[in-house]
Design a protein around this ligand. Sequence first.
Ligand SMILES: NC(=O)c1ccc[n+]([C@@H]2O[C@H](COP(=O)([O-])OP(=O)(O)OC[C@H]3O[C@@H](n4cnc5c(N)ncnc54)[C@H](O)[C@@H]3O)[C@@H](O)[C@H]2O)c1
Length: 348
Amino acid sequence: MKMKIGIVGFGFMGHCDADTFDTFDDIELTAVCDTNPDQLKDAPEGVKQYSNVDDMLKDADIDVVMVSTPNPSHPEMVKKAAKAGKHVICEKPAAMSVKEFDEMVEACKEAGVLFTVHQQRRWDTDYRVMKEVYDKHMVGDPYIIKSQLYGFNGYMHDWHVYPEMGGGMLYDWGVHLIDQILNMVDSKIVSLYADIRNVINEKVDDYFKIIMKFASGVTAEIELGTYYLTPMRGWFIGGNTGSAMLNGFTNEGKIVRTEHLLENVPGKITMTAVGPTRSFGPAPEGLLIDEPLPEVNVSQRDYFVQFLKAFNGEEEVFVKPEQVRRVLRVMDAVRESGKTGKAIEFEK
Ligand SMILES: NC(=O)c1ccc[n+]([C@@H]2O[C@H](COP(=O)([O-])OP(=O)(O)OC[C@H]3O[C@@H](n4cnc5c(N)ncnc54)[C@H](O)[C@@H]3O)[C@@H](O)[C@H]2O)c1
């Protein structure tokens, strides 16, 4: 069955999603809605245009509403769409508090409609490559996962600079980066610690480091900075039989293993520019072996391939409300730790 979709909030993300829908035979964009008439000027031909969401929700030609308005309006939009009997895909962050989110879930349950959140970065190539390394124990038993994202000029656009609009990087990329880790490590979080800063943005966070210690023994460290003059997307997974590193949004990187472990290295041969060291000098010739990272074939478009299965009643939604709720709870704890400077016990 063809899925007919209406987008409310036809700005940056609304346009991106419209382009993605255009690549599907079984998704039809039937309507777009935006309060700013300028945003509707380049709406695709034949697609109905609305300036008011209440009018769009009366349109019987819409099965699913994609909520792509700025963050604070998500609860109102989702609840209205559910009440109108439409399935809902909401942009991330779904809500700015767990309480708001619970109300959205409840409204969708009551109306008997599907509800999910656009966490499409679960299909990012870099993430899936490292998830495969993790899932398939390619570096043995992992003890550390690092996810890093650095940008170069501190720039944040439009409403993202206002706290009351849900601005800042925690609400922006933070949601994705936490969601990725929680969907990689299948374990309770024992404790977490966060350092959150405003390096050059006055009112909203533009740097954070989050350290999550899982019951399984893995520690995950997420670090994002918009004012890091060495921009990169990076991953590292350290395990007891190897290390995996990735740099970029593809599978560029390597797995490194050692030929033999824990051999007593004689002190003098590990010379560095500043003198000898027994543990941290260059590796002896032939000790380290490089292997390629696995290849994966995914794209963010797969989010909607998966959603179609739920729409057609074949599967549950992939991005489940309870998973989104856990991310929001982590974000609350992260903020608390950022404020107090203390580690927080979590899911004990
Ligand atoms: N999933 C992702 O990777 C991703 C990426 C970027 C943005 N987002 C999310 O998408 C949402 C929108 O972000 P954006 O960058 O596209 O913002 P944007 O400002 O470019 O677009 C938002 C649009 O909503 C419109 N709007 C505001 N209030 C409205 C209302 N009451 N009714 C109808 N239209 C209204 C605005 O006029 C604007 O055109 C945010 O929640 C953001 O976090 C998600």
